[in-house]
Structures are given as C-alpha cells and as structure tokens.
Ligand binder design. Structure first.
Ligand code: NZQ
Ligand code: ZN
Length: 395
C-alpha cells in the first residue's frame, strides 16, 4: 500500500428522527447564534425546517434564517450569507439540505474567517487559513459534502464553477436520517445515486500502473453493487427505509476517502461535469452520467485490466481471456445501461435537450483547462484537446 492520509473528523448521527438532536449538537460544538441555511423550499414544505428551529430553541440557541440556495450554489448567495452572519454575530452555520446548501455554508464559513472576497480563494489567488464551525442535517444522499473537505461554488459572472478543498471545512457533525430523503423526486434520487457511484469510480481509476488493492477494491465494488441494487428499490418504493439508509451511508462513505486509500484519484469526469452544470445548470449526478461512458471509452486502453475487473466484479460479466478489451467495453456499456435504467442521460444531448455546437465544445474545454493552463486526470492525463474530444464523443 502506498503512502496515504485519511481524515474523517465529522461526528455522524444516523437514524430515524435524529434531526431532533440538532440543537444539542450545535450547542456541543460551541454555537451561540446559528445561521440556518437552506435551499429552495423542500425543507420548508416537509416541515423539517420548523422541527430544526424548535430543536434550536429547546437547546436555548438563538438563530437567523437564510434560504434560497439553488442547485449548483451561487457566489451571490454566499456573499449575502457572509454579510448577514457579520451583522447578526453568527458563530455557527447549520446547513439543512444537500450538497448545494452544505457547499454554500462552507463558503460562508470561509468568507467569515478569511480576509477579502471569498471568490479569490476559489480562484487560488489566496490561501484559506480557517473556516467557521459548521454542521449539517442532510436531506439528499448524493454529493457527500457532509463528510468531505470540498465546497463547489458557481460565480454567475462568467458561469465559472470552481471547487475548493481544505482541511478547515469539515462539518463538526452530520445528522443523517434516511427518512428525510423519502420526498426526493425520482430524478434527484437517481442523480444522487450516480454521483455516489462516480465518487467511488473516480478513486477506482487512479494511475494506470497503480496496483489493484484487495481490501480497497472490495469496498469500492461492494459499494457500487449496493448502490445499484438499492437505487432500483428506492425508485420503486421511495419510502423503503433500508434502501434509503444504504444509499445515504454509501453516499457519505463514497466521498470521505473510505473507498480509495490512495491520496488521489482521477477526477476527470468531475472536472468535465462541473463545466456542464456551471453553464447549463443541470443536476451534477446527471451530468456525470452523461460524460462517464465517453470518458471511459476514451481512456480505457491505458489499463484494460482495470476496466475488465470492474466489469467482472461489479456487473458479474464473464472474463473474455482471448479479448479482455471486449470485457472492458461490455462493463462500460453495462454501467451506461444501468444509468439509463434509473432515468439518467448517457449523452449531453439528452442531458440538456440539444446537441452541443463546436463552439460550445471548445468553450467548455477552454474553461475546464482553466483557460489552457492545466491538465486533468491521472488514469490518462487529459489536455484541452482531450477534453474537447470527450465532450465531442458525449455530445
Ligand atoms: O432546494 P430544495 O428545495 O431543497 O430542493 C433540492 C434541489 O432542488 C432538492 N432536494 C434536496 N433534498 C430534498 C429535495 N427535494 C425533496 N426532498 C428532499 N428531501 O434536490 C435538489 C438538488 O439539491 P442539491 O443540494 O443541489 O443536490 P446535491 O446534494 O446533489 O448537490 C449538488 C451540488 O454539490 C456539488 C455539485 O457540484 C453540486 O453543486 N458537489 C459537492 C461535493 C462536495 N462538496 O464534496 C462533491 C460533489 O462531487 C459535487 O461536485
Ligand atoms: Zn460528485
């Protein structure tokens, strides 16, 4: 096993009705005045927000509300949050929602504790040195932000979506009640399951020469098989507690480092997708489904054995000893077939309802390469031309 670091400082409180503990948890982690941050209305409609406020009151905590976070959260809302927190002397941020709300909360936490404009940190012009304490009540199993060190924000000015990873933004606690995900629309359930799977896939495909690691590979493959099985159950019966619970815990483990023990991963699909959701506002998981198969076909010859292992161990396909590449390609097709089965697009045309023009492809590749200044990926290092080629294949 190569050198790696693993850090998982978030307290998980998992199970039915666990949101009732939110007030006590905020208090435990030092809150006096809480910003309750939420999205476009699902938490209001379900009554969750009222229950959270009651729990904060019971714990004797003061709070202020800030809703309106949109999927692919916006910088303008982050700036509004920073201002509000300063005015109200907020000392703890509680995200009630999914990846978008949590990432917006993390960005507000950065803005409160670091000098200047918060966007400069996402552009790597300055380095983050702190973050205000955060907690979350998760309502969608998907992004894994509840236990990750990432925050992804879109600047409306130029539609630039940028991620920032630091050790400062881990949530102090995450309340995971699978019942809270019963109200998810089918598309969001499917998109979330796709994102969960791709977080593990990004770590499964590292450098082409990386050794297969039995323990880590087995965890990753079991997670992939489990999410596929439970996604189908939850889509048929949205109130199946066990399926929702398996998906929710998989979502957290998939992005906290458990499914990859190397300190890196490929992450090309995420980088390629962030440009799609930044520009077209699509659901992140759906964007990943639209790009993954094209990426996989573009890079698989770097290590056919790895893709063949995925085909055999995750989809139970027979290994073709005479033609391992055929096994690898069947595995990629099986993954796409699963995505389609749960209602996800496997091309950009289906994702956005139109074919990308050549000018759009070039623009996406330009942005994804940070205006021609970076490559992405590890399994196969991709330059701007490679990025454009993959968008073209997926269009
Ligand atoms: O805004 P509301 O009304 O709450 O509706 C949301 C939103 O429309 C809805 N929803 C959430 N919980 C619900 C619900 N609807 C009914 N019942 C519930 N219980 O679902 C929609 C999507 O929510 P969102 O928070 O956007 O979903 P997700 O968790 O997929 O987050 C996506 C964002 O996370 C980023 C993505 O790029 C995207 O911006 N990511 C963050 C990562 C991280 N911080 O570690 C890693 C990921 O790879 C990803 O990039
Ligand atoms: Zn993701």
């Amino acid at each position: 096993m190569d050198y790696f670091k693993f850090q998982a400082p978030t307290q998980i409180v998992f199970g039915k009705n666990t949101e009732e503990q939110t007030g006590q948890l905020c208090k435990k982690y030092g809150a006096h005045k809480v910003l309750v941050h939420f999205g476009g209305g699902s938490a209001v409609k379900s009554g969750l927000l009222d229950r959270i406020c009651a729990s904060l009151q019971q714990a004797g905590l003061d709070y202020v509300l800030l809703g309106g976070v949109v999927p692919n959260p916006l910088l303008s809302k982050v700036r509004e949050g920073v201002e509000l927190c300063r005015k109200e002397n907020v000392d703890f941020i509680l995200a009630v929602g999914g990846g978008s709300v949590i990432d917006s909360a993390k960005a507000i936490g950065y803005g409160l504790t670091n000098p200047g404009d918060v966007w400069d940190y996402y552009l790597r012009k300055k380095e983050i040195a702190a973050c205000a304490p955060l907690g979350t009540v998760l309502t969608i199993a998907a992004a894994g932000s509840e236990m990750s060190n990432s925050s992804v924000i879109t600047n409306e000015d130029g539609l630039l979506k940028r991620g920032l990873n630091t050790d400062y933004c881990y949530c102090k606690f995450a309340v995971l009640n699978p019942q809270l995900t019963y109200t998810l629309p089918a598309y969001q359930t499917a998109s979330g399951c796709t994102d969960i799977m791709v977080h593990t896939l990004e770590r499964y495909f590292t450098t082409p020469k990386a050794q297969a690691l039995h323990l880590t590979d087995s965890i990753a493959e079991a997670l992939l098989r489990g999410v596929m099985r439970n996604a189908k159950i939850a889509l048929k019966n949205p109130e199946d507690y066990d399926a929702r619970a398996e998906i929710m815990w998989s979502g957290t483990l998939s992005h906290n480092g458990t499914t990859g023990d190397r300190d890196f991963g490929d992450w090309s699909c995420h980088q390629l997708e962030h440009e799609l959701s930044g520009v077209f506002g699509v659901a992140h998981g759906a964007g990943l489904a639209a790009i993954w198969g094209s990426w996989a076909r573009y890079v698989c010859r770097e290590n056919i054995a790895r893709f063949a292992q995925l085909a055999v161990n995750v989809f139970g396909l027979p290994y073709n000893y005479r033609d391992p590449e055929a096994t690898a390609l069947e595995g990629i097709a099986a993954m796409e077939s699963f995505f389609r089965h749960i209602g996800m697009p496997t091309d950009i045309h289906t994702l956005i309802g139109a074919e990308l023009t050549e000018a759009q492809i070039e623009e996406l590749a330009y942005k994804c390469s940070f205006m021609g200044t970076r490559t992405i990926g590890q399994f196969k290092v991709l330059n701007q031309q490679d990025m454009a080629a993959i968008y073209r294949m997926a269009k």
